[in-house]
Ligand binder design. Structure first.
Ligand code: GAR
Length: 205
């Protein structure tokens, strides 16, 4: 730990607005028990990498195709995480399903943000815009976001926090995605990072 802060790794694949929310929460001291010390992307061109570099955070790119197998990919992720002495792993738009080998290794120390109210619109095949397309197709009147611990079941781990967001007439998947991010994800994810980091620090004494 850095001066009694949990060391956090954020795993990303895309735009990184949730990563940005965490960085901003560190600046505004909403997050004061954690420091993001590593950002890992499984996509070479993820804009999240630019956000990390602009914030002075070390980045690594770990590609599934370079690793050759899922096992080797997860071993490469674990090597980067363990090498950086990470206390908490945050999946923030990380579009890769992780095996029990990985999730067991970091049990209780790995969380994910999902853009629906689990158990609705979650699990394999529900990611990114697809979640909002499914919510609109079903005609739900409220949706939201969930932060949960990660286990070997996609979106199946213990729920930590949820926030409800209204679906409005005329919503497109893109409009709804943006509202869920602004009104739920960017709020509950930093709050959960802070709360879990504080408990990790307390446990370590
Ligand atoms: C977010 O809405 C996140 O909840 C979702 O992808 C988006 C990533 O945006 N994650 C999933 O669907 C995972 N199942 P971001 O890269 O701008 O944070």
């Amino acid at each position: 730990m850095i001066q009694n802060k949990a060391r956090v790794a954020v795993l990303v694949s895309g735009g990184g607005t949730n990563l940005q929310a965490i960085i901003d929460a560190q600046r505004s001291r909403v997050i004061h028990s954690a420091e993001v010390t590593l950002v890992i992307s499984n996509k070479q061109d993820a804009y999240a990498l630019t956000r990390a570099k602009e914030a002075g955070i070390r980045t690594e790119v770990v590609l599934r195709k370079d690793a050759g197998s899922q096992e080797a990919f997860e071993e490469a992720l674990a090597a980067a995480i363990d090498g950086a002495g990470i206390d908490l792993i945050v999946l923030a738009g990380f579009m890769s399903i992780l095996s029990a080998w990985f999730t067991d290794r970091y049990a209780g120390r790995i969380i994910n943000v999902h853009p629906s109210l689990i158990p609705s619109f979650c699990g394999a095949g529900y990611y990114g815009l697809r979640v909002h397309e499914a919510a609109l197709a079903k005609g739900v009147k409220v949706t939201g976001a969930t932060v949960h611990f990660v286990n070997e079941v996609p979106d199946g781990g213990t729920i930590i926090a949820q926030k409800v967001v209204e679906v409005l007439p005329g919503d497109t998947p893109e409009i709804l995605q943006r509202r869920v991010m602004e009104q739920a994800e960017w709020i509950i994810l930093p709050e959960c990072v802070e709360a879990i980091s504080a408990s990790i620090i307390a446990r370590k004494g």
